[in-house]
Design a protein around this ligand. Structure first.
Ligand code: PLP
Length: 407
């Protein structure tokens, strides 16, 4: 089991008081805090190595390039990608998904084709497909969802047909916490010849991920939810598919030759990395991966499961609380407290030094499905403890009292 109390000391931002109380940070699903080794790696890069990559023939340029490419190898190992050629650095999961929507989907889909999406997606794995469908005449279809927020898999063979060209699905829902059995979906998609994109924004920071075992064609995630800086994301893609795709953005670094009459593209992965990339951010992501690897992703997952189960048990003891989503879940709890708007709840909790998320979580269709305009969400990572959960419970009691709902 991991020692969250000890790990917490690695995160300088957590060592502060907010509104007079020690900070309890329960919003890691939005963005995670950064451990000291990541902060140091980024600082060291700027203090010692800062230069552009893949261009300069000088020592700093070579060191910057070596560190940037080393980060790519770390990412490949972390998600068990077959080669670093299949790892493309982007600015976030959203851009990774849009890259596929533009470079793969728009060039291939036509009227009559279907894109199968789940109704529990973050907007970033829904809106790009709505845009691609509008541009190509393809149709969006949706998985069915069970009452507790899991994707129905017993009717997959009727949902996925020869018309299905792409299945886009989240690995872990950022609202319901649902862990989607991606490998079974990939198997059904394979039978129909469809390509599968997995949104791993909420899985990679929290559990071991092996893209070859999942069997998916594309896998997208963001660095900032796993301890790395903002501004760095990853797209893994199957090499044959990436090879066959046209670039997403044009400019420097993504070409092998440019003439006024036309250009040729650089080899993978550079074909998809136009312009100066997020160099320090990628190096920070490499440091975050080292940090998580040293802890062990199996242990991170086991710890979060235990802490989330504990939190669920404690919150369920409070009257008037509705918790959404299945029992088996990722490291977050989404809930509402009777009669208190989640924004008001978050405001009162903030007064007690507790940071949660309140709103629609960039998943308005999920809110519609739940029949609520918004929810509160507490999300956990390696630095959260049972004490944090107790502070949340205490804060919720205080909020109920404040709004006059003493039970
Ligand atoms: N997918 C899921 C499931 C998410 O939770 C998020 C962010 O909250 C994203 C995608 C988008 O991530 P980003 O905003 O870093 O692109």
């Amino acid at each position: 089991m991991i020692d969250a109390r000890a790990l917490r000391k690695d995160f300088p931002v957590l060592d502060q008081r907010v509104n007079g109380r020690p900070l309890v940070y329960l919003d890691s699903a939005a963005t995670a805090q950064k451990p000291r080794p990541v902060i140091d790696a980024v600082r060291r890069f700027f203090e010692e190595d800062n230069a552009n990559v893949h261009r300069a023939i000088h020592a700093l340029g070579e060191r910057a390039t070596a560190k940037y490419e080393e980060a790519r190898r770390k990412v490949a190992r972390f998600i068990n990608a077959p080669s670093e050629r299949t790892i493309i650095f982007t600015k976030n999961a959203t851009e990774s998904i849009n890259l596929v929507a533009y470079s793969w989907a728009r060039a291939r889909l036509k009227p009559g084709d279907e894109i199968l999406v789940s109704p529990i997606e973050h907007h970033s794995n829904l809106v790009p497909w709505q845009l691609a469908a509008r541009a190509t005449g393809a149709t969006l279809r949706f998985f069915d969802v069970t009452e507790d927020g899991q994707l129905r898999l017993d009717n997959l063979d009727s949902l996925i047909s020869e018309r299905t060209r792409l299945v886009a699905v989240t690995h872990v829902s950022n609202v319901l916490g649902t862990i989607v059995p991606v490998a079974s979906i990939v198997a059904a998609a394979r039978r129909a010849g469809a390509v599968v994109l997995v949104d791993g924004a909420q899985s990679v920071p929290h559990m071991p991920v092996d893209v070859q075992a999942l069997g998916c064609d594309f896998f997208a995630f963001s660095g900032h939810k796993m301890g790395a800086p903002t501004g760095i994301g990853v797209l893994y893609g199957r090499e044959e598919l990436l090879e066959a795709m046209d670039p997403f953005l044009g400019g420097g670094d993504m070409i092998s030759s440019v003439r006024l009459s036309g250009s040729e593209w650089a080899e993978l992965p550079y074909k998809f990395e136009a312009g100066t990339p997020p160099i320090a951010e990628a190096i920070g992501l490499g440091a975050a991966i080292d940090y998580l690897t040293a802890i062990g992703m199996d242990r991170v997952h086991a710890y979060e499961r235990r802490l989330t189960a504990y939190a669920r048990e404690r919150l369920e003891q409070l009257p008037g609380i509705t918790i959404y989503g299945p029992k088996e879940r990722g490291g977050l709890l989404t809930f509402n407290v009777d009669e208190i708007h989640p924004h008001d709840l978050a405001t009162v909790l903030d007064q007690h030094g507790i940071a949660i998320r309140a709103g629609h979580h960039c998943a308005q269709p999920v809110m519609e499905w739940l029949g609520v305009p918004a929810t509160a969400r507490a999300s956990f990572w390696v630095y959260n403890t049972e004490d944090d959960v107790e502070r949340l419970v205490e804060g919720l009691r205080a909020a109920k009292e404040f709004f006059g709902y003493v039970a």
